[in-house]
Design a protein around this ligand. Structure first.
Ligand SMILES: [Zn+2]
Length: 407
């Protein structure tokens, strides 16, 4: 198993997809941003509550460009069609299909019309903080440490009017201003194959699975600790793919229910009358004095993976990271709260909820960009106002739980 080492640099989130060969319990988490409250209320609002990073959803608002410069030494992408134009068409089809996976989820505002036509760029090194969403197959980066197959770098607005490169100024807090997807181009042991070429390339990684995962980051996801989720941080082994292949009738086929639920939470559709259920609760220590060296103000278990299971089918519907709540002016309170939203409701629908420590294959480091972004303070941001400051507590990975029957 090789692990992902993601770094956070100056407002940029680097999210990696790494090699992993076993399946284990893996919930979604979002990248968050606390508005820059050093600025005026007119551009940053008046609350230190974290806002999930997200794309705008107006028709045609999401533009993605991809560089047709492919790695040749080693060859980065294997295709069935070997002609130059055929190869590019085959890759472009995979990109389009992977985008369609995320716009194919029912009950989400992220509908196909949000996507502008894919743009090809004949330039190398187009992945840059330029206000454009880009996919690169031939761009090296210091983030490619051994085992990192691909990663995404996402820049999010912490005030209205924030701007990156030639991109439009942000109109919403949490708006993603630039998301770039990098595929490792320089490791001879890492090649990617289109679905058409995968069967004959058993040592290659499935381009579609990895693109779909990285696009999840472009849409605002961090990682999930639910193993059936596309946003699990580990790639399928070479020659295999995650979930099912997308089809015309079910474009979102490879996603897990956890991914779908997360997308509905991030991009709720006002017209969705099915997924309107909410379950909230708190994960608390049996003995409050037992909280391990908890900083002042921490009154619940932080960082528990809380999972909602469909009681009749046993299927995992969503997993979330519990441990905090936020309202009004904020900042977040570390009170052990968790919250599921956008769950399907119905007469026959019921859920079981359990909590587990994040001590399996997905550890706190894999979701650090969802947790470390909950707070800002004098150490992270010089001049940060004290009344809006907090410090993210360490994730509690030590606790054990006991099942309790429902009331
Ligand atoms: Zn990832």
């Amino acid at each position: 198993m090789q692990r992902c080492f993601c770094r956070i640099t100056a407002g940029a989130l680097a999210l990696c997809l790494t090699l992993f060969s076993a399946q284990t319990a893996r919930g979604y988490a979002f990248n968050q941003i606390v508005p820059d409250l050093r600025l005026s209320a007119s551009v940053a609002g008046t609350s230190a509550c974290p806002i999930p990073a997200h794309q705008l959803t107006a028709a045609g608002s999401l533009t993605v460009q991809w560089s047709t410069i492919l790695g040749t030494n080693p060859v980065t992408i294997l295709t069935l069609n070997q002609s130059t134009s055929g190869q590019l068409s085959e890759i472009e089809q995979v990109i389009q299909q992977s985008l369609n996976v995320w716009t194919g989820v029912s009950g989400s505002m992220l509908q196909p019309a949000v996507l502008a036509p894919l743009v090809r760029s004949a330039s190398a090194n187009i992945c840059a903080a330029d206000g454009r969403n880009s996919i690169c197959f031939d761009q090296s980066d210091a983030a490619f440490t051994p085992g990192v197959l691909a990663f995404s770098r996402v820049l999010t607005a912490d005030h209205i009017g924030a701007q990156v490169g030639s991109g439009a100024p942000a109109t919403e807090l949490g708006e993603i201003l630039d998301a770039d997807l990098y595929f490792n181009p320089g490791d001879s042991r890492i090649t990617f194959a289109t679905p058409q070429a995968l069967a004959s390339s058993p040592t290659a990684y499935d381009l579609e699975s990895i693109l779909t995962h990285e696009l999840g980051h472009l849409f605002g996801f961090s990682h999930s600790a639910v193993w059936s989720a596309m946003m699990d941080p580990f790639a399928p082994v070479p020659g295999t793919y995650t979930g099912a292949r997308p089809t015309v009738s079910q474009p979102d086929a490879p996603l897990g229910e956890d991914d779908r639920t997360g997308l509905r939470v991030l991009y709720p559709s006002a017209g969705d009358t099915t997924h309107i259920g909410t379950i909230t609760g708190r994960v608390l220590p049996a003995n409050p004095l037992s909280l391990p060296a908890a900083p002042a103000g921490v009154t619940g278990i932080f960082g528990a993976h809380v999972v909602a299971v469909d009681a009749s089918s046993g299927a995992v519907i969503a997993g979330v990271l519990g441990g905090w709540s936020c309202s009004g002016a904020g900042p977040p309170q570390f009170d052990g709260s968790y919250r599921f939203e956008r769950l399907a409701v119905g007469a026959a629908q019921s859920y079981q909820v359990y909590a587990e420590p994040l001590n399996g294959a997905v550890d706190p480091a894999a979701v650090d960009n969802a947790l470390s972004t909950l707070c800002r303070n004098l150490l992270t941001d010089p001049g940060w106002p004290a009344n809006f400051a907090c410090v993210v507590p360490p994730v509690d990975t030590e606790f054990t739980t006991r099942a309790r029957t429902s009331p």
